[in-house]
Design a protein around this ligand. Structure first.
Ligand SMILES: [Zn+2]
Length: 282
């Protein structure tokens, strides 16, 4: 599992991306882009050479999100940003000196700069002409977990015949968008499901419970982000994951908040799984 020097920190997940979107929306929508600055093209995919030309003079019409992708609608096309494993967006004033990992700036007409800092450079800065959802990276993303498109029947259908552990299945972006390791752990506790259970064995009722738990987990995290939203704008930095809210994640050996049993940590694939053997059943 990737760990930054900050204990318990993982890559940005959907709640952090949505909180970022909500924080940026009032600062960028309706604003004209004066320029775009690319300091390092070597992201997970190369930043398009023409990007500064495409963005200069365009107006941001809307700031959307699909999974963990931020979509800056610029009319003729869309600037697509992904924070990767270590990306953060900062809001600074034009003229603020960039740090070593500040690879991209979007400079708006009012001197607001949206700056991407990404030490590991697993993030993405891309352009899609026309419908952004037709971009190869977005076209096959599954339903949005916070929308009515994702529910028990849909999860049940997606899991039939699958012997894969349910935790891996809900982290598969083709099944549901944007559920990473932290919130997969949290949702499985809420639903009382053992993370190792074969997905295909889940009943319709348990699929409904899990779909609702995924939504509740993400909404709780986004609501917790509301307070850091102001900090984010004020202090020019985005808060990390909302660790104080976690029920099981990174709490191995601590008492389960539901039953006071002991939370266990195991490895599934390359990732840590945290669960309560007493609450979470196969
Ligand atoms: Zn428990």
């Amino acid at each position: 599992m990737f760990r930054s020097p900050v204990a318990g920190f993982e890559m940005p997940e959907l709640p952090e991306v949505e909180t970022t979107r909500r924080g940026l929306e009032p600062l960028v929508v309706g604003r004209r882009i004066r320029s775009a600055v690319v300091r390092n093209r070597a992201m997970r995919q190369p930043v398009p050479r023409r990007l500064p030309q495409l963005l200069a003079g365009a107006t941001v019409r809307a700031l959307g999100r699909r999974g963990k992708y931020l979509l800056f609608d610029c009319g003729s096309g869309t600037l697509i940003l992904h924070l990767g494993m270590s990306g953060r967006l900062w809001v600074v004033r034009d003229g603020a000196a960039p740090a070593v990992h500040d690879h991209f700036d979007l400079v708006l007409e009012d001197d607001t700069v949206v700056r991407l800092r990404d030490p590991r450079r697993f993030g993405l800065v891309l352009w899609q002409a026309g419908d952004p959802l037709e971009h190869a990276l977005l076209a096959r993303i599954g339903p949005e977990p916070l929308s009515g498109d994702f529910d028990g029947p849909r999860l049940h259908a997606a899991t039939r015949g699958r012997r894969t552990a349910i935790k891996h299945v809900i982290m598969d972006s083709h099944v549901v968008a944007g559920v990473g390791n932290i919130y997969a752990n949290e949702a499985l506790l809420r639903a009382g499901i053992d993370p190792r259970m074969h997905a295909g064995r889940l009943s319709p009722e348990r699929c409904a419970s899990l779909a609702a738990s995924i939504r509740d987990t993400l909404e709780t995290a986004i609501a917790a982000g509301g307070s850091s939203l102001r900090d984010y704008v004020r202090s020019d930095g985005m808060a990390g994951n909302y660790q104080s809210q976690f029920l099981v994640y990174d709490r191995a050996g601590e008492p389960c908040p539901r039953c006071s049993g002991v939370i266990r940590e195991i490895r599934q694939g390359q990732r840590s799984t945290f669960f309560c053997p007493r609450c979470q059943k196969r």
